[in-house]
Design a binder for this molecule. Structure first.
Ligand SMILES: C[S@@+](CC[C@H](N)C(=O)[O-])C[C@H]1O[C@@H](n2cnc3c(N)ncnc32)[C@H](O)[C@@H]1O
Length: 234
């Protein structure tokens, strides 16, 4: 799928996106985003922190970033970038009383930001949709300040058997049916499963982050590897 088809697809399912995330992840998704946000901000000690969330969607990661470090949140700004404006518009509804999150329509492969301008970069469930990944990794590295982390949350490879295969049946059979039933968009949830199946292993992704120039690279499996947190430090 090309970029405009991907943006169009998210624009079509936006009304159901959040509720289906909660249902299809059996309530795990917000916990995964909190782990992502914690990891991104763990090494940050500064005041006046600028965090960048890419493929920000309906702003759940941006809001998680605002919540996880109360000690620095008063001086933190979150730039939330996505190339699908309807997703950002939906997310804006969650920003009542929250002035430190700035939604911006932009492509993760062409960031409208100067070099070394942000303290951390996050991306949840976005990298699967981006080709070639290397361009997005180059951009993350370019805009990060030295010592900053790029933290990428993504499903593990759907080819790995998890929970004795129960998860794989859920992924291949149950999840697309529920997604199709509620959203009425069979293509979107078939696409979700296809991109999870096609996604590389965690070690391949580590190699790609190293090749992009990240100095320290590691990953952490969450919920038996259903989801993986990839970290690259500049
Ligand atoms: C599965 S959603 C994830 C949204 C959000 N991060 C979350 O945790 O719910 C993927 C998002 O990535 C966005 N996206 C995909 N490719 C992109 C790109 N090249 N640049 C910016 N956003 C992109 C889509 O518009 C969509 O909102």
């Amino acid at each position: 799928m090309n970029d405009s088809a991907v943006a169009g697809m998210f624009g079509r399912i936006v009304r159901f996106y959040d509720v289906l995330n909660r249902v299809l992840s059996l309530g795990f998704d917000q916990r995964w985003r909190a782990v992502l946000a914690q990891s991104a901000l763990q090494a940050v000690t500064h005041n006046k922190v600028v965090a960048l969330d890419l493929a920000a969607g309906t702003l759940d990661v941006a809001l998680a970033l605002r919540r996880v470090r109360p000690d620095i949140s008063a001086d933190m700004r979150v730039l939330a970038l996505d190339f699908c404006p309807p997703m950002l518009e939906r997310g804006r509804r969650k920003l009542v009383g929250e002035n430190a999150v700035l939604p911006v329509a932009a492509d993760a492969k062409k960031l409208p930001l100067p070099d070394a301008s942000v303290h951390c970069v996050t991306m949840a469930f976005g990298i699967r949709n981006i080709t070639p990944r290397a361009i997005a990794f180059d951009e993350m590295l370019r805009v990060l300040k030295k010592g900053g982390r790029a933290c990428i949350l993504e499903f593990g490879s759907g080819r790995e058997r998890i929970w004795g295969g129960v998860y794989n049946v859920y992924l291949n059979v149950v999840l697309p049916r529920i997604g199709r039933f509620f959203s009425g968009d069979s293509a979107a949830y078939d696409y979700l499963v296809e991109t999870i199946r096609a996604f590389p292993t965690a070690t391949t992704l580590e190699d790609e982050l190293r090749a992009a120039g990240f100095a320290r690279v590691w990953h952490i499996r969450l919920t038996s590897g259903i989801v993986c947190l990839h970290v690259g430090e500049k």
